[in-house]
Every structure is written in structure tokens, then in C-alpha cells.
Design a protein around this ligand. Structure first.
Ligand code: ZN
Length: 112
């Protein structure tokens, strides 16, 4: 297979940077709820907690994405990139271009 690994590495690093930037922007939303009881009503506190819960869920998603990206970068270094972790076959290049951190070929992904 003749994958342009440098290109994929660049793409993965860019994705990671974007995730980190998103994280920076969302930090405010994840700050602990410290609203004072006197200044806000019960409903506003619940709203704030829901917003916080959503921010935390997004944060977890970003973390797992970042782990997937790091794992893909490791696979590039180890020469494993582009091979399905389940069956060992080559992953279609179009699939990798679409989702560089993908770890399984389309056939194995379908069977999950
Ligand atoms: Zn496979």
C-alpha cells in the first residue's frame, strides 16, 4: 500500500489541535456550578447544571477522540497505520481520508 503517511500525520495533528482549541473555548462552560442560592432561582441553577452536564459530555467525547488520534499517530510510527486492528487487512484509503483515526476496515466495522 502506498499511503502518504506524512499527509495523514499532518491531518491527525491538525485534528488534535482543533480539539485542543475547542477545549480551551469550552473551559468556561465546565467551570463548577458555584451560583449563590440567594442570587438565582432554583430553575436557573438547574439550567446551569444541565449546561455543565452537556459540556462535560462534550469534553468526554473530545477526550476519546484525542485518544483515538494519539493511537493513530502511534500506529503511523509503528508502521501499523492503515491496517485493520481486527483482521489485519488494509483499510480503504478513502475511509482513512474520511476518518484518519479509524482502526478497522469497513467489513469489520459493519460486523460490530
Ligand atoms: Zn477488518
Amino acid at each position: 500500500m502506498a499511503l502518504d503517511l506524512d499527509l495523514f500525520r499532518e491531518k491527525l495533528l491538525l485534528l488534535k489541535q482543533m480539539l485542543l482549541a475547542q477545549e480551551e473555548m469550552s473551559k468556561e462552560g465546565r467551570a463548577p456550578v458555584t451560583l449563590e442560592q440567594d442570587s438565582v432561582g432554583r430553575l436557573s441553577r438547574i439550567d446551569a447544571m444541565q449546561v455543565q452536564a452537556m459540556a462535560l459530555a462534550q469534553q468526554r467525547r473530545r477526550e476519546s477522540e484525542r485518544e483515538a488520534i494519539d493511537a493513530a499517530l502511534r500506529r503511523i510510527e509503528e508502521g501499523e497505520f492503515g491496517y485493520c486492528v481486527t483482521c489485519g487487512e488494509e483499510i480503504a484509503e478513502a475511509r482513512l481520508v474520511n476518518l484518519p483515526s479509524v482502526t478497522s476496515c469497513i467489513e469489520c466495522a459493519r460486523q460490530k
